[in-house]
Ligand binder design. Structure first.
Ligand code: ZN
Length: 293
């Protein structure tokens, strides 16, 4: 529901501006991505009456529109960032990061530490990286000389973007107004390529938005901080920065984000219960009310 309303806003804005709406399937996370989910998402959005001009099902000038088929685009961006001295390899495990960031009395099982780390990622509220691998010998900014890593490929380490200290990243959001984040405080060196071989959301999103000629990005306000991170990537890659329109998050009566729920408020469930697209898209917030009508 939350994602559907955001995409609906994107559709309206593209229509009003005489632009094209682009549907891109972001399916890089092997744990969460299944073809059947992708098909179902497209089907739900079509049912809502939203039509996109370019996408996995329609093609377009910048195909493919499925991230799992665009690896070369991300590798190219990774190489450029590496050559520019913006990256360093990080060998910290989740456990290392957890140990560096949590107070001693918060000791707990490894499993729950993993869960907390995952939760932090999901909320875009990951702790500021403590800088453990930042200045490791042999990992100087330009990465010249023996580094112990294969510089032809990002495999085998988490690659982090070297975030400047104490720099203000500002942008004007078309919906929420002026935004300001301070590097090293609001966020630290962030991952652009994961140890398991998957490019991060930040890198893939920037590389694709630039390659696909995206002029305005419409997404949820939970990604404001990611936008600040991505602006650093745009600058490092010498790419034109798009405009941003962050939507208010849709929450239920308990303040929980609808996008994080997979229950009676899923689009599919509401559809099964006979609600019309108009009712779903025009309902007042919070959205729990429409589920009980
Ligand atoms: Zn590290």
């Amino acid at each position: 529901m939350g994602h559907a309303r955001t995409f609906w806003t994107a559709w309206q804005r593209a229509r009003d501006a005489g632009g094209a709406l682009v549907m891109r399937m972001e399916d890089l996370d092997p744990d969460r991505s299944r073809t059947v989910y992708a098909e179902a998402a497209l089907d739900d959005l079509r049912w809502l009456g939203i039509r996109w001009h370019e996408g996995p099902d329609r093609g377009g000038p910048f195909a493919p529109y499925v991230q799992s088929k665009r690896r070369s685009v991300y590798l190219d961006a990774w190489h450029k960032l590496l050559a520019g001295g913006f990256l360093f390899p990080c060998k910290c495990s989740r456990k290392d990061l957890e140990a560096a960031l949590t107070a001693p009395h918060e000791s707990s099982s490894r499993r729950s530490a993993d869960q907390r780390a995952r939760k932090a990622e999901a909320l875009d509220d990951e702790p500021v990286y403590p800088g453990t691998c930042r200045h490791r010998e042999g990992h100087a900014p330009q990465l010249r000389g023996p580094t112990g890593v294969d510089l032809e490929s990002p495999e085998g380490a988490n690659w982090r973007f070297r975030v400047p200290d104490g720099e203000s990243v500002e942008f004007k959001d078309l919906n929420l107004g002026p935004q300001r984040f301070v590097t090293g405080e609001d966020f630290g060196d962030f991952v652009v390529w994961r140890r398991d071989g998957v490019p991060s959301y930040q890198l893939a999103c920037v590389a694709d938005d630039a390659a696909m000629g995206i002029t305005e990005v419409v997404r949820g306000a939970d990604l404001l901080k990611s936008t600040a991170r991505q602006i650093l990537l745009y600058r490092a890659l010498g790419l034109r920065i798009p405009q941003w329109f962050h939507c208010h998050l849709v929450v239920d009566h308990n303040g929980r984000r609808l996008a994080k729920r997979h229950d009676a408020l899923s689009l599919h469930a509401l559809r099964q219960r006979g609600l019309t697209p108009m009712k779903i898209l025009s309902a007042d917030l919070p959205m729990d009310t429409i589920a009980h009508r």
